[in-house]
Design a protein around this ligand. Sequence first.
Ligand code: ATP
Ligand SMILES: O=C(O)[C@@H](O)C(=O)CO
Length: 417
Amino acid sequence: MPLLGCIADDFTGATDLANTLVKGGMTAVQVIGVPTGPLPEADAVIVALKSRTAPVREAVAESLAACEALLAAGARQIFFKYCSTFDSTDEGNIGPVADALVRRLDCGFALANPAFPTNGRTVYQGHLFVGDKLLNESGMENHPLTPMRDANLLRVLSRQTDGTVGLVPFATVEQGAAAIRKAMTGLKESGRRYAIVDAVTDAHLLAIGEAAAGHALITGGSGVAMGLPANFRAAGLLPERGAAAAELPPMRGHAAVLAGSCSRATLGQIGYARNHAHTLELDVLATPDVAALQQQALDWATDKLGEAPVVIAASAPPEKVQALQARLGRDKAGALVEDVLAGIAEALVAGGVGRLVVAGGETSGAVVSRLGVHSLRIGAEIDPGVPWTFAETPGLHLALKSGNFGARDFFLKAFGQ
Ligand SMILES: Nc1ncnc2c1ncn2[C@@H]1O[C@H](COP(=O)(O)OP(=O)(O)OP(=O)(O)O)[C@@H](O)[C@H]1O
Ligand SMILES: O=C(O)[C@@H](O)C(=O)CO
């Protein structure tokens, strides 16, 4: 029976959350899509959806179905995981999904906190920063699917919900769990449905987690989950598991990287790989043809597969992404690239790749679905927010890298190179 039931709006976000929980000593399994059968045994079950950019009704329906499955399995608390850069549009999907979960759980209130200080995401006076930049000046304003042009999370969330949004400010968070709990209760009693809670350090996140021990629903990035294992331990529900929580079978097979993220971090990692690994950059704008791009990649990779990774990227800088979107439309452009990379993944795995890194949440969703992966067991962390995972079917080690995560050498470091 899971202690914590999680609903993640994309696949890399799901592994990021699972990673945090495993580091906190919980076992965690990521289930792909709304579960249809019994849930796997783990302290935390994370249902990974591809709902971040889905139509609102679909995102809400799938999230509610996931919630039902988690509650039916006995989950004591529900966690709605979204991106640490609050990726969404004015239509949703963070607000509508959170609204539906608040109603389903009849809790009237939930905190909202995307902070992840280790990866540079902090929230101060309700404003989200990426490193030393406001969200809307961080590169996220150019995101292909969810451009973020406002750093004020009270405003951003207010546009997506029919409820109201309050703030638990830095000065309160600094005072610790009791003060945060009191402030959240006050906001709930005054009719606020959400509280954006400031957090600049991990200590803040631990205090927020402690303050939310009794909450039916928590919403946020993986950071705010840091404090949750301690709550279950304090309640006598979670034994000490230590490193055993992160054990995976031994790695085997060739190594490969597929990149579909166009984030600054991923573009930097591709730049590094260009000089340190076999790297192919597909020009989707020049050849917007799924079969031709797949053939090009597979012909190129065939004599290069081995211990060292081959890196295949469709990623492009903002002007090229915009040009393809102008030609095909935003969704079609994204879907075409996802289709290309999913097909390449399928052929690479059939050709002996057993260790695969995928960069980008939407991209990971497309690849994992194509490979017929049902669930992922979470292993050790490579870089903050990105663990190795193991998929029993088809017997593959996968690392699903959030677009903006990982050091410049991530694509080599993942394989110990
Ligand atoms: N050259 C390109 N032109 C247009 N769209 C592209 C191109 N390359 C990739 N894309 C699309 O951009 C989108 C990138 O989203 P994805 O979620 O994979 O990355 P991300 O948003 O950086 O990662 P994360 O969600 O983990 O933060 C995908 O839909 C992908 O297909
Ligand atoms: O929170 C994050 O930044 C990531 O886990 C993510 O959701 C990227 O898609």
